[in-house]
Design a binder for this molecule. Structure first.
Ligand code: SF4
Length: 285
């Protein structure tokens, strides 16, 4: 395999080199140096792309071309893309080559009021690649969107943010201890990034994954809702219901999946949580 695969995000995609690197580390949960490093800023930048989907309607407005970049510091218990955690899980792709693919769809993406979304993994791991790609997309007149946890937000300058039309910011908990339990990382960098986006007036949608028994407590949701209520550039909150569609990946990677017995939230719980956000006057989906 020499290039990123196109298709559903729920298919396991780990190349031999990535699997080898993981085996060498003896711990797939470990964060490897490549998972946090930026790509060197020179020439026709090389990024690591896990896969892409064309035609998504759930990753920003309109119809989206979604590229899943590899590398992530978080280890979310409910991750449905653990095959993107390590940068070497992806395939090396130059900006020029990626733009060759994206430009094929530029006309239809614009017609459908959509654009390009960079997701992952965590796009911020590959900041120079992301910024170059977004700049080229803006030159094509495409709407740009980044799906991020915000963990590495301090890597992005205020100027960098001007080429990102919309952030999908995942706030996985409002309680620092629960956030740490869910992701193995601290909450504060995400909050710092959220408040900075707000202060700069950069549009954002907050995403909250509702997991029964993990993120669903009343107090925890209240904390996230309070945070959201302070974000003046927030356009909507999306409450995403936990599902098991990524569970097979954990099994195939030989990982300990702690949520195997967890069920999707029922309608009553989902409505209670959405109601908590709505009570702050927020637009909620
Ligand atoms: S931030 Fe996203 S890709 Fe990274 S572990 Fe969490 S859910 Fe998975």
């Amino acid at each position: 395999m020499t290039e990123p695969r196109v298709g559903s995000r729920y298919e396991l995609k780990v190349d031999e080199e990535g699997a080898h690197e993981s085996a060498v580390a003896h711990d797939y949960f470990a964060v490897h140096p490549g998972d946090v490093e930026e790509v060197a800023d020179e020439g026709d930048l090389l990024g690591y792309v896990h896969s892409y989907e064309v035609g998504s309607t759930v990753d920003g407005p309109g119809i989206r071309f979604v590229a899943f970049l590899s590398g992530c510091l978080l280890r979310c218990q409910y991750c449905h893309n653990p095959d993107t955690w390590h940068k070497r899980n992806g395939y090396p792709v130059t900006v020029s080559r990626a733009m060759g693919e994206i430009s094929k769809y530029a006309h239809v993406l614009k017609t459908c009021r959509g654009g390009i979304t960079l997701s992952g993994g965590e796009p911020m791991v590959q900041r120079p690649f992301v910024l170059r790609l977004f700049r080229r997309c803006k030159e094509l007149g495409l709407h740009t969107c980044m799906d991020t946890s915000g963990r590495l937000g301090d890597r992005f300058t205020d100027q960098d943010l001007m080429d990102i039309d919309l952030h999908l910011l995942d706030i996985k908990s409002g309680d620092p201890e629960i956030y740490q339990k869910v992701t193995r990382q601290p909450l504060q960098p995400t909050l710092d990034y959220a408040y900075r986006l707000s202060a700069l007036g950069r549009p954002l949608w907050v995403r909250y994954v509702l997991v029964p028994g993990l993120t669903d407590s009343y107090d925890n949701v209240e904390k996230v809702a309070d945070i959201c209520a302070q974000l003046t550039s927030l356009e909507r909150v999306e409450v995403l219901r936990f599902h098991q569609m990524g569970s097979d990946k954990w099994k195939e990677l030989g990982l300990d999946y702690t949520l195997k017995d967890c069920e999707a939230p029922d309608a009553a719980l989902t409505e209670r949580v959405r109601g908590q956000f709505r009570s702050r006057g927020l637009t909620v989906y």
